[in-house]
Design a protein around this ligand. Structure first.
Ligand code: TYM
Length: 339
């Protein structure tokens, strides 16, 4: 498993988050935190994946509001626009165009095997649209347009990134080297999958039904503390990492480790014998302290809509330049007439 520590400086990084639901602690630990760290040593392209959001039901005004909100939270979480190219996916038309071409180099059977497609179809059987099925090829287009070497994501996106790699490899073999083959970068110490606080065997998600299980980046300190206080643990009282038998406690240790910079082993040692009430209090405080500066910066950014829009326009311009280069190559190689 490749983690940020192994990433070779200078290599291109791409990642995106989809503006459905509000950003969570899972998104932060699984993706945003790593994405922020990578801006120090890599050219980075970071996107609000609004086209992907169309695959589920949306209220249009809310999607617009959320797209801007996500961009503000990206920056507040440390994705500095001075070091990274930050933009909205639909503002760079090449994403949709390359996605169409890649659809024609992706097998139906490959897309059908995607776990997220199966899960999402089962959850919303009234809206199993073709976009949901083609979701991974749009993701592949996102990544491949920028010739990305690394894609920092949580575990749930691994299968999609692997499909992007397969499709890129197929295209390169059929024509000539065109795309860089991307690989996932995961956070250390289990942060690639943060679980729900109330059902610690399932993922902490933006759109899960139980809001008490999910910490949102914009939750108040009071809400954060309440959610941790109610976190499900077990009855043996021992603070020890054991994913199979103690999922709740293990999840709390993972969260604490990700935000305190301690390894899980060090976290275990620091909290051994403290009791579950103290464990929940410590982790809750640690999360609240991590969210405070993000929320403060977010408030300043979102109050200056024009400033934010300028950042996004510049980001889209810069991204379009790189994206056009790749798309032109692809169109030429596959035989589309150019005048
Ligand atoms: P999305 O918006 O569902 O999630 C954004 C990122 O957060 C990670 N993540 C988690 N990590 C750890 N624990 C969790 N509980 C947790 N929940 C979410 C996800 O793995 C992801 O990294 N399809 C993507 C967005 C996308 C994309 C891309 C990603 C579009 N194009 C190209 C990478 C490259 C998605 O819906 O992520």
């Amino acid at each position: 498993m490749t983690t940020t520590n192994d990433a070779q400086a200078g290599k291109v990084v791409y990642s995106a988050l989809k503006p459905t639901g509000e950003l969570t602690l899972g998104n932060y630990i699984g993706a945003l935190k790593t994405m922020a760290a990578l801006t120090q040593r890599h050219p980075c392209y970071y996107t609000v994946a609004d086209l992907h959001a169309l695959t589920v039901d949306n209220v249009p005004a809310e999607l617009r509001r959320r797209s801007l909100d996500f961009a503000a939270l990206f920056i507040a979480a440390g994705l500095s626009p001075d070091r990274a190219t930050i933009f909205i996916q639909s503002h760079v038309r090449q994403h949709a165009e390359l996605a169409w071409a890649l659809n024609c180099y992706t097998q139906f059977g490959e897309a059908r095997r995607m776990t997220q497609f199966k899960d999402k179809s089962a959850k919303a059987p009234q809206n199993v649209n073709v976009g949901l099925f083609a979701y991974p090829t749009l993701m592949a287009a996102d990544i491949l347009l920028y010739q990305a070497d690394y894609v920092p994501v949580g575990k749930d996106q691994q299968q999609h990134v692997e499909l992007a790699r397969t499709v890129a490899e197929r295209f390169n073999n059929r024509y000539s080297p065109t795309f860089t083959l991307p690989e996932c970068l995961f956070p250390k110490e289990g942060g690639a999958k943060i679980y729900s606080l109330t059902e610690p065997t399932g993922k902490m998600g933006k759109t899960e039904s139980d809001e008490n299980g999910t910490v949102f980046l914009l939750d108040t300190e009071d809400a954060v503390m309440k959610k941790f206080k109610r976190a499900v643990t077990d009855s043996d009282g021992e603070i020890r990492f054991d994913r199979a038998n103690k999922p709740g406690v293990s999840n709390l240790l993972t969260i604490y480790s990700a935000l305190s910079g301690k390894t899980v082993g060090e976290a275990e040692a620091a909290l051994a014998g403290a009791g579950y009430a103290a464990l929940k209090e410590t982790v809750g405080q640690c999360v609240a302290a991590a969210l405070r500066p993000i929320q403060d910066t977010y408030k300043t950014l979102i109050a200056d809509k024009t400033g934010l829009e300028t950042i996004l326009k510049e980001g889209a311009q810069k991204a379009s330049y790189a994206a056009a280069k790749t798309l032109n190559k692809v169109y030429k190689k596959v035989g589309l007439l150019q005048l």
